[in-house]
Design a protein around this ligand. Structure first.
Ligand code: AGP
Length: 608
């Protein structure tokens, strides 16, 4: 939700903080700020708005210092404003704090601290942390932070500096991400790897409850019981370019174009020398599998849409009943989960609060837990029994594209593997699907090779007030993803609906010129989709259809057709989503929207 960076070393800290924050802006971007220790005081500068506003403000003054913390915010408590921006300070301004997460009991703490004479300036929950540390501070910052976090309920990653401890940066995490970057004569904290890559590739992942005390030369990690722990250094092997735009106008466009490779990266390590799937990371024996009577897939947003396709694929190939649920609902519906349930949490970031809470609930009820995630070392990956990584590479744009496609690939691999192990899928069919799956990077490339019609349509259709997506079966699931993409980045109202449901209500909204996107790739549902297209056309809709190359007669019914290469019906989502992503992207660009940083959104949602 928010991005944190911190630095202690010998270099000027302001440029390091600003550069780090620029790599974390995807986590929140309604305000930004820094706190720097200099000349025996802590100087705070913070502004409402994008990081560029802060950068501009800082360009007019020189603040020297080699110790500091920075923050980019996605507002939860208190509107975006200068005063609510982080860092927050204690009354005397000696202690500065940045925080990602939510302090649930902050009202109670605030009332008490006000009685104790502390003066609050902001509406945020975070400010209580600064005053609490101040309350407990008697010269030892580490002790004061330790005592403070005992009082905190909720989720937090916190970075703290204090005027009295100019040689220390203290940080702590619980249920919000925080990593430590290891340098030479300098050390770092950050919410995510891209913020550190310019300086170091050696990182420590912190566990819940861990506190880290950084000096220029040293890193001490204490666990939740205050005991010093030794951790393995994780070496980041990504190419720095993976987290840069590389000539594209937006990260989203770059990530859409990276999809053929992302499919390959997710597939290749799972195919053995004999051309069979080898899911070494998922430890389910045939015997265990025979005891699994249900699979539950839980996720949010785009990952949920991948989970819907997962349900289709697993039921089709492995003949195991699957429920796919949105994580924010799952734990409030008293779900039927027991030791015979296989629970799959799907999450790009691996840190989505609702998905994590659902995972914990399923674990409490005895389910076996698999995480499908893109982020190594993320909270969800660490709490699952088995982890299936979607090797999409870093996804920076708030709107998920390449991560979604790799989630789909993961779903298919799991479904095929389970199907073969269970004997519900013949080896012939398994080989056929797998062969086709392996041909999809090339077919995805083909779609990306000619996007002129998509651009043309976007230029004509960008002014719509409302857009409807219709489809049947897996086409409906893809339509939902297309609709979400459009909403997120173009702010056009849009709705996806199972095409057969239209006449039960939604068709009342179709009028002259309404844009309807019809996903119609399934042979056995094709005629029915043609009828649905005719229904909306009869009410004046302008229809753009997504169809397979051989389904040309759809041109007689739809106004325009975006074709995807021929593939088997079961696998079409991997291809049919691409034109929808591109259409959403170019419509958003035509409307002048800030595609990579849509309003009100953040890349990972670490609060409920
Ligand atoms: C995707 O475009 C969205 N920004 C959002 O729906 C996202 O997929 C959702 O918040 C889940 O995130 P996760 O995959 O990191 O758990």
């Amino acid at each position: 939700m928010c991005g944190i960076v911190g630095y202690i070393g010998k270099q000027e800290v302001v440029p390091i903080l600003l550069e780090g924050l620029s790599k974390l802006e995807y986590r929140g971007y309604d305000s930004a700020g820094v706190a720097i220790y200099n000349n025996n005081k802590v100087t705070v500068r913070k502004n409402k708005g994008r990081l560029s506003v802060l950068e501009k403000a800082l360009s007019t003054e020189k603040i020297n210092g080699t110790l500091g913390i920075g923050h980019t915010r996605w507002a939860t408590h208190g509107e975006p404003s200068d005063v609510n921006a982080h860092p927050h300070e204690n009354t005397s301004g000696d202690i500065a704090v940045v925080h990602n997460g939510i302090i649930e009991n902050y009202m109670k703490l605030k009332d008490w601290l006000i009685e104790e004479g502390k003066e609050f300036k902001s509406d945020t929950d975070t400010e209580v942390i600064a005053h609490l540390i101040d309350y407990y501070f008697d010269g030892d910052l580490v002790l004061a932070v330790q005592k403070s976090i005992e009082k905190l309920e909720g989720a937090y990653a916190i970075g703290v500096i204090s005027k009295s401890n100019p040689d220390q940066l203290v940080a702590v995490r619980k249920d919000s991400p925080l990593i430590v970057g290891v340098g030479e004569g300098e050390n770092f904290i950050a919410s995510d790897i891209p913020a550190l890559l310019k300086h170091t590739r050696d990182v420590y992942f912190l566990d819940d409850g861990d506190m880290v005390i950084l000096t220029q030369e040293n890193i001490r990690i204490l666990n939740e019981f205050g005991k010093e722990v030794k951790k393995e250094i994780f070496n980041v092997t990504w190419d720095v370019k993976a987290a840069e735009k590389g000539g594209y106008q937006h990260f989203m466009l770059k990530e859409i174009h990276e999809q053929p490779n992302a499919i390959k990266e997710t597939l290749s390590p799972r195919i053995d020398a004999d051309g069979n799937i080898d899911l070494a990371e998922i430890n389910i024996t045939k015997e265990e599998l025979s005891e699994i009577n249900k699979i539950v897939i839980v996720a949010c947003g785009t990952a949920y849409h991948a989970g819907l396709v997962g349900k289709y694929a697993i039921e089709k190939f492995a003949k195991i009943p699957v429920e796919t649920d949105v994580a924010s609902e799952f734990r409030y519906r008293d779900p039927f989960i027991d030791k015979n349930t296989l629970f799959i949490a799907v999450s790009q970031s691996g840190e989505t609060a609702d998905t994590l809470a659902a995972l914990r609930e399923a674990r409490r009820r005895g389910a076996k837990i698999i995480a499908v995630t893109n982020v190594v070392g993320s909270r969800i990956s660490r709490e699952a029994e088995d982890v299936f990584y979607t090797w999409a590479g870093p996804e920076i744009a708030v709107a998920s594209t390449k991560a979604y496609i790799t989630q789909l690939v993961s779903m298919y691999l799991i479904a095929l593997d389970l199907g073969l192990k269970k004997g519900t899928l013949t080896k012939e069919k398994y080989d056929e699907v797998l062969k086709e799956l392996r041909s999809l990077p090339e077919k995805a490339e083909q779609i990306l090779g000619d996007i002129s019609l998509i651009q043309e349509l976007a230029d004509k259709q960008f002014n719509n007030q409302s857009v409807f997506y219709i489809g049947r079966g897996i086409d409906d699931y893809v339509g939902r993803e297309g609709s979400l993409k459009l909403k997120e980045i173009s702010y056009i109202h849009s709705e996806a609906i199972a095409a057969g449901e239209l006449k039960h209500g939604t068709i009342a909204l179709i009028e002259e010129g309404t844009l309807v996107i019809a996903v119609a790739t399934q042979e056995h549902l094709y005629e029915k989709m043609l009828s649905n297209i005719k229904e909306v056309k009869a009410r004046g809709a302008y229809v753009i259809a997504i169809a397979k190359e051989n389904q040309v007669e759809i041109e007689k019914t739809a106004d325009k057709v975006l074709y995807i290469p021929e593939t088997m019906d079961e696998l079409t989502p991997i291809l049919s989503v691409i034109p929808l992503q591109l259409l959403a992207y170019y419509i958003a660009v035509a409307r002048g929207c800030d595609v990579d940083k849509p309003k009100n959104l953040a890349k990972s949602v670490t609060v409920e």
